[in-house]
Ligand binder design. Structure first.
Ligand SMILES: O=C(O)CCC(=O)C(=O)O
Length: 334
């Protein structure tokens, strides 16, 4: 589709609707490592000991520094919420084309209000609450990992500009997959904000992360876990210490794939100031990051990736702009 980047083209093909056990191997610059599975229960259990929290915080910190991806288990989100969201997504994508077209991003960039029969059969509030809860638990762990108070980041995401996206990747033939002639399911990119919390169906060999040697490594679903990756803003907060790892999705052979990324973001007006705690790391790696307003970063990414959106002149105008996805705060502001 001319004028639309690889990522947005993928979203179009996949009928992307915005509403706002395998451990795979990845390599860090010095050693081969894996996408770790981390038990997050110390940040779920209100009676957890300080030492168990510290241990968990160290594990998530290590994963963020060396891989940029991690699986979390015992994360505090009820499995029925995760499965329910996948079921809702499947039900939405099986609706007649004409119904889905009503909320095409090319028509309006924004889902309509909850009109019976025209909106997807999705109650996203419960899911949003569960994901924001998980985002909060992870951010508390990252805070401790930086040696900061557990709630250090809380004022920067208490009005999170989150975004929930339902994606269906249409199936391709083995030949198409081999030659990638049908295009990637989703082109190489990094995520814009803080954390991406990915709920995916059982399809394997689809999502790939690029390791530091440039090799593409599969990040397959692991039952009972949720996949987390670091976005650009958390990377910047850490002065580049945390990796906002590039990733992409290959089209699935024979069977459609459903995935539901929840983008847990800072408040739109958060000024992301790189942490002094990470300055030594930045100096040692020859790159000091500057501060950025999340709204500015988001605007530049969205307008670059979705060329049918006109660039908006100021950061503040974003709240009323044509963001292709519908997210909780954005929809309230329209
Ligand atoms: O579908 C996936 O597994 C990942 C999707 C993704 O990377 C994105 O929407 O940014």
């Amino acid at each position: 589709m001319p004028g639309i980047s690889a990522k947005s083209r993928a979203g179009w093909r996949s009928w992307q609707l915005g509403i706002k056990g395998t451990v795979c191997r990845l390599s860090s610059s010095s050693s081969t490592t894996t996408i770790p599975v981390i038990d997050l229960s110390p940040f779920v259990d209100p009676h957890a000991s300080e030492s168990s929290k510290t241990q968990c915080a160290e594990a998530v910190h290590h994963a963020a520094v060396n891989v940029g991806f991690l699986y979390v288990k015992n994360h505090g989100v009820d499995p029925s919420i995760m499965d329910g969201a996948l079921a809702h997504a499947r039900a939405f994508f099986s609706l007649p084309q004409v119904v889905k077209e009503e909320i095409s991003i090319l028509n309006q960039y924004q889902a309509p209000s909850n009109k019976e029969g025209t909106t997807p059969p999705l109650s996203c509030r419960g899911y949003q609450k569960a994901m924001c809860g998980l985002g909060n638990r992870l951010m508390r762990a990252f805070s401790l990992g930086f040696g900061l108070p557990e709630n250090y980041f809380a004022p920067f995401y208490h009005r999170s500009f989150w975004c929930l996206r339902l994606i269906r990747y249409p199936p391709v033939s083995p030949q198409e997959r081999e030659s990638l002639s049908s295009g990637l399911g989703c082109g190489e990119h990094s995520d814009y904000g803080c954390l991406t919390l990915l709920n995916m169906d059982e399809s394997t060999q689809a999502l790939q992360a690029r390791n530091t040697q440039g090799a593409w490594i599969f990040a397959d679903p692991i039952p009972g876990t949720l996949l987390v990756n670091i976005g650009d803003m958390l990377s910047r907060w850490s002065n580049g210490k945390f990796k906002s790892t590039p990733h992409r999705v290959l089209p699935a052979v024979g069977k459609a794939r459903i995935s539901i990324p929840f983008f847990f973001e800072p408040n739109l007006d958060t000024l992301v100031v790189p942490l002094p705690e990470c300055e030594n790391y930045a100096r040692a790696h020859g790159k000091i990051y500057s501060s950025v307003l999340f709204a500015d970063h988001l605007r530049s990414k969205v307008t670059n990736n979705f060329s049918f959106l006109e660039p908006s002149p100021t950061a503040t105008s974003l709240t009323g702009s044509k963001v292709h996805t519908v997210d909780g705060k954005g929809s309230e502001r329209h």
